[in-house]
Write a protein that binds this ligand. Sequence first.
Ligand SMILES: NC(=O)c1ccc[n+]([C@@H]2O[C@H](COP(=O)([O-])OP(=O)(O)OC[C@H]3O[C@@H](n4cnc5c(N)ncnc54)[C@H](O)[C@@H]3O)[C@@H](O)[C@H]2O)c1
Length: 253
Amino acid sequence: MEQRFAGKIVLVTGSAGGLGRGFATGFAREGAHLVLADVNMAGLQETQDELRAMGAQCSMHRVDLAVENDIEAFAADVSRLHPRLDVLINNAGLAYGEIAYGFEALGQEKWLHYFAVNTVAPLLLAQALRTPLSAGPGVIINQSSMASYLPGTAYGVTKAALNAMTYGMARSFANQGIRVNAIAPGLMETPANRAGIPPEHYDRIQSMQFLKLHGSATDIVALGLFLASDDARFITNEIVHCDAGHPFRGYRG
Ligand SMILES: NC(=O)c1ccc[n+]([C@@H]2O[C@H](COP(=O)([O-])OP(=O)(O)OC[C@H]3O[C@@H](n4cnc5c(N)ncnc54)[C@H](O)[C@@H]3O)[C@@H](O)[C@H]2O)c1
């Protein structure tokens, strides 16, 4: 197994399960030291146990990414522990339930909460970690979605704004040589999306893919590892789609 991240420090938000846990184990397998963050401590503990069983080094942190003080306190802890941060994966997000269906009936409080977690937190966290990220210099990956091309849901709107935020961050962080890209996954099986999307809806979305394949965390993790590696040193300011060719992406369909 290639060890592209031996001795590197990698922070993954939303690593209590699903794609976040996939990233954590993928980077650990290639030698990284993981910093795990989530609000779900039970899930984080499972991820940490899995990493330790692999012999990986890691730490776990409770942080509510909707709360600016929480983000700042967490970033201060990380900066103290790690003067150099090589990779920041802004994977945490609200994706299921009302955010994926509700639109007209959502009040300001819900909209602002969704934007806080899905769109603004990636910037606030990266900004609070700018010093350790500059040391490498590091790489930032934001977790977008193919739904960022579907503005008919609050989820799609927050992820569309995250695409724009990614472009803004790529310009801003380039001053320190920090690369910023986003991954826009299609339908990737995780426990949360299996629980959150009715089976008939899941099958219908999947049947629309050009390639009749079943997407899983492995596909997204492989792309994340590449984008975070030195092989991608010339790539920044990109939204990279990984969706088996899905028509949700508009004109490309
Ligand atoms: N699975 C898919 O098909 C798919 C497709 C496109 C995009 N995505 C994106 O990938 C990411 C992970 O999705 P998943 O399917 O693994 O879902 P998931 O629900 O398992 O992962 C999201 C994680 O974010 C955490 N989180 C939510 N709010 C938080 C907060 N305020 N502070 C800290 N952590 C918080 C959750 O506890 C959870 O562990 C999300 O950003 C999602 O929008 C997933």
